[in-house]
Design a protein around this ligand. Structure first.
Ligand SMILES: Nc1ncnc2c1ncn2[C@@H]1O[C@H](COP(=O)(O)OP(=O)(O)O)[C@@H](O)[C@H]1O
Ligand SMILES: [Mg+2]
Length: 253
């Protein structure tokens, strides 16, 4: 049995993909699971969030361009948690000339050959729907969709679900897909309304724990720490511990 490969996906920026990728993976690693998280966003924010400031260091870019093996690119950033950085050449992948499936399968092919000792491989996707995201969809078994509690993210979701369906058809596979509220503002009525709408359209697909909006989560990246290090006793740290349980037990609303 290989690792469960999870794409953290939403073409909208600022919905919490990177925050989820850093804090959920660290929660799982702290529970003893072996986790590798790949920064597939050329902006490299995941590495920064995990305290790696050398943003020019090679990572998944060289793997996808065929000039390095995955195992050479693993950075042990925490106990049980490896990071594969984006690398400065990741942007080039979006512009690769070679067509179709060969271009989309770069990451999938690389992953099939390694990381078999890992329990989970998470892929933090960029806010786009280009070749990089196609690579994540080729590689992933599961998709985790962070949703911020605003109206426009609902609009984008229909588009995203359409993309996922097209890949399922083309690749003849079925993703285990879960949604999660990643920036839930308890005091805002629109957050509640968005959640209600989601529950109506995606019953049994929304993880039970919502990640609430909190200043602490916004501060973490500047310290290069996850919430479990920055404020382990906070309700945000608790949200992520609960979310990790939901993820493992498939606990949904
Ligand atoms: N639950 C939350 N509470 C407060 N701030 C958050 C929360 N989730 C994300 N943020 C902040 O919002 C911004 C965008 O989040 P990020 O995870 O980078 O989104 P994405 O990766 O989808 O673009 C970041 O500054 C992040 O710190
Ligand atoms: Mg991001």
């Amino acid at each position: 049995m290989g690792a469960r490969i999870v794409g953290v996906l939403n073409q909208k920026g600022g919905v919490g993909k990177t925050t989820i990728s850093a804090n959920l993976t660290h929660a799982l690693a702290r529970m003893g699971y072996k986790v590798t998280v790949i920064d597939l966003d050329p902006q490299g924010h995941l590495a920064v969030s995990l305290g790696m400031v050398a943003v020019d260091r090679a990572g998944i870019d060289e793997v996808m361009l065929g000039t390095a093996d995955i195992d050479q690119q693993l950075l042990e950033v925490r106990e049980n948690l490896n990071l594969i950085a984006a690398g400065p050449r990741l942007q080039e992948i979006e512009q690769l000339a070679a067509g179709g499936a060969a271009r989309g399968g770069l990451l999938s092919r690389a992953l099939r050959q390694s990381l078999h000792d890992q329990d989970f491989v998470f892929i933090d996707c960029p806010p786009s729907s280009g070749v990089l995201v196609a690579n994540a969809l080729f590689a992933a078994d599961e998709i985790l969709i962070p949703m911020s509690g605003d109206f426009l993210s609902l609009q984008g979701l229909a588009y995203l679900m359409g993309t996922i369906k097209r890949f399922e058809k083309a690749l003849r596979k079925h993703y285990k897909t879960a949604l999660l509220m990643s920036r839930y503002a308890t005091t805002r009525r629109i957050s509640r309304e968005v959640l209600n709408t989601l529950q109506k359209h995606f019953p049994k697909q929304i993880l039970a724990t919502v990640i609430r909006e909190s200043a602490l989560l916004a501060e973490c990246p500047s310290a290069g720490k996850t919430i479990h290090e920055y404020r382990p006793g906070s309700r945000s740290a608790r949200d992520f511990r609960n979310l990790a349980q939901d993820f493992l037990e498939n606990k949904v609303m």
